[in-house]
Design a protein around this ligand. Structure first.
Ligand code: G4P
Length: 303
């Protein structure tokens, strides 16, 4: 089942973002460190290039991501013109509060009362934008990702020291060009539960986990061997006694166990993609003239 995106939302978000960008000096794009390319919105990079604005790419939730993959991604994004990349955990307030200094380095001329440093946070839902705002403002603000761009009233907040933060220009739905991206985003909760079927998402997540972190996964569920993601979900159901009336395996419950364990970090620090696995996926998609399928080589690594 392909996971779709909605061009209507994207067009509204694009207009709003383009207007907002005229009034900012540095864009802070928050992505999920476990899937930094799939959770990037290409529109943000495109708008930054068009407006000639530097972009600070924050690979957030680094506490959940595989450190080796994160280093590869930092080097990868660092090679992109106009982009500076950092990994952090916005839940660590101290780390989050260093973000304005990183922005200042990208726009050193914006540093006084007449030319304050104007920053704007952007990113797809659930990557940690509100968490970052809360840390910077030292108080709780409303969850920023919930409103569509068309209804959103943007706020500009003073951080002190000639620094201003504009909140996100509205809901930025990820542009899902590849089915695999949709599954990775759903597994990581960037796409709401209602939009997708947990069982299917867990099976694709299982394929990726077995290819890249097979040993840890088998150890966690005390399994010897499983052929693929579907078999993994079934085996988890068996092992955890997930049964419906009549003794039938409750695959939905088994799927949720795997998803919850991945999301909470119970399986260890995991990244669903590396620059090399992404390149392999894109090459496979191009060769197939369409979508990469479950045979994609998830295990590819840059080293
Ligand atoms: P958003 O504004 O971009 O939509 O994201 P938000 O800040 O609301 O964060 C989404 C979820 O991610 C929240 O968890 C939040 O606590 C968590 N989160 C943010 N930064 C970090 C981080 O650095 N590390 C970890 N581990 N988690 C982080 P939640 O409300 O429990 O949602 P969910 O994870 O159950 O979807």
């Amino acid at each position: 089942m392909p996971i779709q995106w909605f061009p209507g939302h994207m067009n509204a978000a694009r207009r709003q973002a383009a207007d907002a960008l005229a009034r900012v000096d540095v864009v802070i794009e928050v992505v999920d460190a476990r899937l930094p390319a799939a959770s990037s919105n290409p529109m943000i990079a495109e708008l930054c290039r068009a407006r000639n604005r530097p972009c600070l790419k924050l690979l957030n939730k680094v506490d959940l991501a595989d450190p080796a993959a994160t280093s590869e991604w930092i080097a990868f994004f660092g090679r992109q013109p106009g982009v500076s990349a950092r990994a952090l955990s916005c839940r660590e307030t101290g780390e989050a509060r260093r973000v304005p200094d990183l922005c200042q380095a990208l726009a050193p001329h914006r540093n006084d009362g007449t030319k304050p440093l104007r920053m704007m946070i952007m990113g797809i839902p659930n990557v940690g934008k509100s968490t970052l705002m809360n840390a910077l403002l030292k108080r709780k603000v409303a969850k920023v990702g919930d409103e569509p761009a068309v209804t959103k009233q943007q706020q500009t907040l003073e951080l002190g020291g000639h620094r201003r933060l504009t909140d996100t220009p509205g809901l930025m739905w990820p542009k899902i060009e590849h089915d695999l991206d949709g599954f990775m985003l759903a597994a990581s909760h960037a796409i709401g539960r209602n939009a997708v079927i947990d069982e299917e998402v867990a099976a694709v997540l299982g394929d990726i986990l077995l290819a890249r972190y097979g040993e840890a996964v088998l150890e966690r569920y005390r399994l010897d061997h499983v052929a693929d993601g579907v078999a993994l979900v079934e085996a988890i159901g068996e092992r955890r006694g997930c049964r419906l009336k009549g003794g039938i395996l409750d695959l939905e419950k088994a799927a949720r166990i795997l998803l919850t364990d991945y999301r909470s970090g119970a399986l260890g620090r995991i990244s669903l993609e590396t620059p090399a696995s992404r390149e392999a996926m894109l090459t496979a998609a191009q060769a197939a003239g369409g979508e990469p399928d479950a045979e994609a080589d998830f295990s590819a690594s840059a080293s």
